[in-house]
Ligand binder design. Sequence first.
Ligand code: DAH
Length: 345
Amino acid sequence: MQQKLNEIRELAIKAINDSKDLKKLDEVRVSILGKKGELTKVLRGMKDLTNEERPVIGKLANEVRSKIENELEKVKEIISKKQREIQLAKEVIDVTLPGKKKELGYRHPMTIVLDDIKDIFIGMGYSIAEGPEIENAYYNFDALNIPEEHPAKDEQDTFYINEEMMLRTSTSPVQVHVMENQKPPIRIIAPGRVFRSDEVDATHSPVFHQIEGLVIDKGITMGDLKGALEVFIKELYGETVEVKFRPHFFPFTEPSAEVDVSCVICGGKGHVNKETCKVCKGTGWIEILGCGMVHPNVLEMSGIDSTVYSGFAFGMGLERITMLRYGIKDLRMFYENDIRFLKQF
Ligand code: DAH
């Protein structure tokens, strides 16, 4: 029995030291000290020993057991330490490496231009107004002096929601809301989304953006209109740009005009490198907005005495103004959200 115990000890110590990981080590422990383990089996046989033998073998068995237990403990420590080291080596952080860069968002080119436009008008004492995107016929047409049978109603191919309600076809209805709710003097611009059932192409979109302007006070003249818009356009496109007022017709203004600027692409020459300029089609001019003196009917319908007050209004397309500013040829790029396009501004 003595020999058996010594054998178990030798084999156990070898098996323990051969264990490569904690799982294997535990298997070794169970195979020796477990319920059916080698040493346990021997200890069970102790009852068959003589009274003389029992204390001697008992002492040896205890020594063997504690020797094995110590060895298990020692090797467990060693394996744990090694595993910790491997883990740490794997998780090592090089604090000198550059960090991961967070991509910052970009302002949309139309937002950049709109912010500039707002700044220019705020600098001239205007405030920003807003109106609903869904209007009824009164605000979208009638209050703007667009009569029942006027071709503008068909021209502006309208998205109707039902017989009475529609998506606004321009930002001009905001004029009416402002006049109903504010007393003159009025000086506002109203940027916003507008809707027309146009086919999508390089210069058309069924959803686009306009910026409306309205100034009403005593003694406002066409001179004020010209001055305000010339200052605005030169702030936006630079001092050298030329501005031309061309007579036109709008139902809500009288007289009315369209404003052209000297072509920002060819500098008004009409050609680039002897080729006809594609943007102004060789004319040297580009139309950028409509304007005029607010029609007395429009003032009166919104409760403003046209014998006391006069005013001017204007409206422009934000897509077009942005395209000219950056030389963008296709308006669809504004809505596609291609990051390669957006990050250029
Ligand atoms: N509402 C016009 C349009 O959508 C633009 C416009 C022209 C607005 C002249 C005005 C204006 O306020 O006076 O085409």
